[in-house]
Design a protein around this ligand. Sequence first.
Ligand code: NAD
Ligand code: TYD
Length: 355
Amino acid sequence: MTTLFVTGGAGFIGSALIRLIVAESDWHIVNIDCLTYAGNLESLAAVSDDARYHFSRTDIGDRAALDALFAYYHPAGVIHLAAESHVDRSIHGPGDFIRTNVTGTYTLLEATRAYWSSLADGARSAFRFHHVSTDEVFGSLGDTGLFTETTAYQPNSPYSASKAASDHLVRAWHHTYGLPVVTTNCSNNYGPCHFPEKLIPLMIHNALAGKALPIYGKGDNVRDWLYVDDHARALRTVFERGSVGETYCVGGHNEKTNLEVVDLLCALLDELRPRTDGQSYATQKTYVADRPGHDKRYAIDASKIQRELGWVPRESFETGLRKTVQWYLDNPDWVAHVVSGTYQQWTEKNYGDRA
Ligand code: NAD
Ligand code: TYD
């Protein structure tokens, strides 16, 4: 029986990863998540009754609680996703980003190291700590070029700086203590269960609610979009087969300006849920003040993970975006509970603390 810790499993990507692992493997999963505003156990409804899924409401900064979880479950590895993840929030309040992304990762690394050091030889060498990071640590590209595993770190926002710090801690724990780590740096994700503060779910929600679609600056900033289930498959691939000490860039080869993304979303909504007045959702587009320090362009060269581990994305942007819009249309309760805040009551009522 293989038991795996997933931190941040109630978030957007963590919940997709847990749904994938429970469906496609026989592993036991312990979801370690303190349920910030971004943690939503409704995203795990599909697996919550599975005997191989376990949940602990634990902060990754709580060393004693982590030690107890390691002692109880004896995991074969950790996939670490818990983080504060929204750039705009990091601009308005960077403290939580330092606390969770930097200090929290440090505390998790130390708890992991203590447990890993106590393992017998075979289990020690088989153990993996997989750190899930972002391409935003590399800073901003100009009109040409791609991020690779050897691109120098130049983080620009408090979010990306805190993630860069965590990447460096993970690297140091490998080089100094020998902890068997792998790191992935992924581009922007989109898909089901995405909190409607990020571009794509915010635009879908606002469009359907008849609200403005706020485009920062001229809408010409470029992001490289990856469907969340493709990222989840990449994470499983790297966790299982990645080389210790290596980093892997993960991306979808889907560079789009923000304006292109919003226009595609409006066209899909016009087709799938036309406005009752016959107008296009595109009439709701509104240009607003730019984000301070707004990175111009992100784009990933994912050839290493393709060449060495055989991972390629399955979804194109067009197929993935259509699935995403359809999911939001089919799951109005998920969004309504987030918008009203009742998802947090639902969480308390249905789960509380199972640890
Ligand atoms: P998210 O904000 O949706 O979820 C984060 C989860 O972490 C939430 O469930 C939250 O409750 C939990 N969490 C936060 N602080 C915690 C703490 N102190 N202790 C325990 N749990 C805590 O984030 P996401 O978009 O799913 O991103 C997951 C990871 O992937 C992050 O590390 C992020 O940096 C990285 N990443 C995200 C993207 C993206 O496009 N969203 C792209 C590349 C990498
Ligand atoms: P976001 O989803 O916040 O991801 P990130 O900042 O991590 O890339 O934003 C994606 C892009 O969309 C980014 O260039 C900022 C822009 N954006 C808007 O134009 N309007 C919005 O309301 C939001 C949330 C983002």
